[in-house]
Design a protein around this ligand. Structure first.
Ligand code: PEP
Length: 257
C-alpha cells in the first residue's frame, strides 16, 4: 500500500468530505466505496474529517485501491500547538495522504504558500502523500491573470522542493470560483491550466518528472461532467467535494475515466 501511494501518473478520484457527515454516515459511505467495483487503473482517495480517520484507515487497510486522506496537518512537528494535528500522528494511525493548501484553508485560515510549504515538509517527512491545491479567484480569472497567479502559487511552494520530493506530490487545480458553486471550468479551461502547470514543472525538473505527476481538477465535478473533464490530456482525475458525499454520485465519478 505504501508504495502504491507514489505510483507515477495515476488516475485518481479523490473525495473531500470537508466538515460533513456523522461518524456513522462516514463509515457507511466508506464501506459503500470499498464495495464499489473500482476500475483496475483508478485510485480512490477519501478525505475525511480528523475524528474518523483511524477507523476509516482500519476499514480500508486491505483494499489496495482505496486510500485515506486528512484534510490538513500542522506545520509543526509536535508540542504546544493546541488544537493542531501533527503529520506524525496521521502517519501513526495509517493515513496515506494529506490535502494541503485547499482554498478554504487559504481563505478562512489565511494560509500562505510559505506556510503550506512548511506543512508539505512535515507531511513528506512522515511519508504522507500530499495533495497540493492551487487555483485562482474569480476576479483574477476575469482580469486574465489566472495562469500567472497559479504559477506564482507553485513557485512559492512546491517548486521549492527537490525533484524527488515534487515527484511525490499530487497537484489539484481548483479554480476558487468553481468550488461548491455549481460552476465548473470548461474542459478547455481545465486543460489549459493543467498544461501550464505541467509545463512549469517540466521547465524546472524536466519532462520525466512533469509527465509522472498526477494533476487533478477540482470544482463542482459531478457525474454529468466528470467524463469530459477527465478526458482532457493533462487531467488525471478529480478532487471532488459535494458529489463525494453521495456514494452513487461518487461511484459514477469513479467510473468516468
Ligand atoms: C473541493 O472542495 O475541493 C471541491 C472541489 O468542492 P466541490 O466539488 O463541491 O466544488
Amino acid at each position: 500500500l505504501q508504495d502504491k501511494k507514489y505510483q507515477m501518473r495515476n488516475k485518481i478520484a479523490a473525495g473531500n468530505w470537508k466538515m460533513n457527515l456523522t461518524f456513522a454516515e462516514a463509515k457507511t459511505l466508506n464501506q459503500s466505496i470499498l464495495d464499489h467495483q473500482i476500475p483496475q487503473d483508478v485510485k480512490v482517495i477519501l478525505g475525511s474529517p480528523f475524528p474518523y480517520l483511524a477507523q476509516l484507515c482500519e476499514l480500508s487497510k486491505n483494499n489496495d485501491k482505496v486510500f485515506v486522506a486528512a484534510q490538513d496537518c500542522s506545520a509543526h512537528g509536535k508540542g504546544a500547538y493546541t488544537g493542531e494535528t501533527a503529520a506524525q500522528m496521521l502517519q501513526s494511525i495509517g493515513v496515506d495522504y494529506v490535502i494541503l493548501g485547499h482554498s478554504e484553508r487559504r481563505q478562512y485560515h489565511k494560509e500562505s504558500d510559505t506556510l503550506i510549504l512548511e506543512k508539505i515538509h512535515q507531511a513528506q517527512s512522515q511519508d504522507l502523500g500530499v495533495i497540493y491545491c492551487c487555483g485562482e479567484a474569480l476576479e483574477i480569472r476575469e482580469a486574465g491573470n489566472h495562469v500567472a497567479h497559479v504559477k506564482s502559487q507553485l513557485s512559492e511552494s512546491i517548486l521549492k522542493l527537490d525533484a524527488a520530493a515534487i515527484s511525490k506530490i499530487v497537484i489539484a487545480y481548483e479554480p476558487v470560483w468553481a468550488i461548491g458553486t455549481g460552476k465548473t471550468a470548461s474542459p478547455e479551461q481545465a486543460q489549459e491550466m493543467h498544461h501550464e502547470i505541467r509545463n512549469t514543472v517540466a521547465a524546472q525538473y524536466g519532462d520525466e518528472v512533469a509527465n509522472g505527476i498526477s494533476i487533478l481538477y477540482g470544482g463542482s465535478v459531478k457525474p454529468a461532467n466528470a467524463k469530459e473533464i477527465f478526458g482532457q490530456a493533462d487531467v488525471d482525475g478529480g478532487l471532488v467535494g459535494g458529489a463525494s458525499l453521495k456514494s452513487e454520485d461518487f461511484g459514477e465519478i469513479i467510473q468516468s475515466f
